[in-house]
Design a binder for this molecule. Sequence first.
Ligand SMILES: NC(=O)c1ccc[n+]([C@@H]2O[C@H](COP(=O)([O-])OP(=O)(O)OC[C@H]3O[C@@H](n4cnc5c(N)ncnc54)[C@H](O)[C@@H]3O)[C@@H](O)[C@H]2O)c1
Ligand SMILES: CC(C)[C@H](C(=O)O)[C@@H](O)C(=O)O
Ligand SMILES: [Mg+2]
Length: 359
Amino acid sequence: MAEVKKIAVVAGDGIGPEVVAEAIKVMRKTEELFGLQFEFEHGLFGGIAIDERGTPLPQDTLEMCQRSDAVLLGAVGGPKWDSNPKELRPETGLLGIRKALGLFSNIRPANVFDCLKDASTLKPEVLEGTDLIVVRELTGGIYFGEKYRREGAHGEEAVDTCVYNVTEVERIVRQAFEIAQKRSKRLASVDKANVLETSRLWREVVIRIAPEYPDVELEHVLVDNCAMQLLRRPSSFDVIVTENMFGDILSDEAAMLTGSIGMLSSASLGEGSFGLYEPVHGSAPDIAGQGIANPIATILSVALMYRLTFGYEEAATAIETAVKNVLDAGHRTGDIAVDKSKALGTTAMGDLIVAAIKR
Ligand SMILES: NC(=O)c1ccc[n+]([C@@H]2O[C@H](COP(=O)([O-])OP(=O)(O)OC[C@H]3O[C@@H](n4cnc5c(N)ncnc54)[C@H](O)[C@@H]3O)[C@@H](O)[C@H]2O)c1
Ligand SMILES: CC(C)[C@H](C(=O)O)[C@@H](O)C(=O)O
Ligand SMILES: [Mg+2]
């Protein structure tokens, strides 16, 4: 039996609890098959925490995460809280938890399953060979700079500041080089160095660090061009490293290479092995409560947790293989189904994946 690992579960709002329930079923199945042991503790987070506790990130939820070995997160937010003042928006809790846990590196793999090429908006021949990872800086940039309103010469103005220091750029870029070294040894550093000072600093740091990784082929790509190239030649990318907001946008775009945002998993890491695992998608208020959300992004996030935090490589691969086998057998949730009339619900998809996990 493996040592008991403490998992902090913050399911959040909308489809968050629906997809997290399926991920926990998967974890329970791997306990049986691989002799793993998990202790789950649940905490209020996001909109539901605002309603019940008056804040998106209650102190006891944060402490629960801090004493855990890994965090499993669903999603936060929804129209109910959109008109709240900014401190009382679910998103504030999400940024808060990332910062408080020191999770500066967000790894978002776009796994293109061959059998889902019909679900993508791109032609199969364009997708051929696509397998990329977006490494997004997660605790700096415009998300965390000073923001305020002021009275300007032409009335009210809003200000968001984008700040990056050398250390913040260095640590994420090093992680990306190391990830690239273990893959196809190609790194695209994405910036807007033709306009933004933070991007000029970013590029200088990348150029300075690059000689330490002589086996990695580096290209610098401007973010607007990258957005276009992701659709034109996605297979030419291996690892993309970029700042916070560019990474947010490019990873949602990369989701469409896989067929749906419901397929995109993520790991948020700091310096050690502790991590927070969540699907890239949000709370999907338009489908919440209907039992039709795709749980695969969250289930694949568990595979990332096993691999990156716990080193449970065999169980991680077993989850990924189960997902592949279920998709190969033709099972689909609505977001990836060509024939929507045959689409499965969240629980049915979760059950099929659980049943397909083999040792
Ligand atoms: N990490 C997070 O918690 C997170 C991430 C993104 C957005 N959000 C929040 O979620 C709320 C909704 O945001 P949004 O609508 O822009 O983005 P979203 O990702 O929630 O939804 C975008 C579209 O994708 C669909 N979709 C998302 N996940 C799906 C899944 N698993 N299966 C099938 N379809 C899925 C939705 O139905 C919707 O049509 C907002 O409050 C936003 O701030 C939270
Ligand atoms: C909800 C929002 C704050 C969040 C982000 O922009 O980081 C989300 O879009 C994500 O990608 O995790
Ligand atoms: Mg996003």
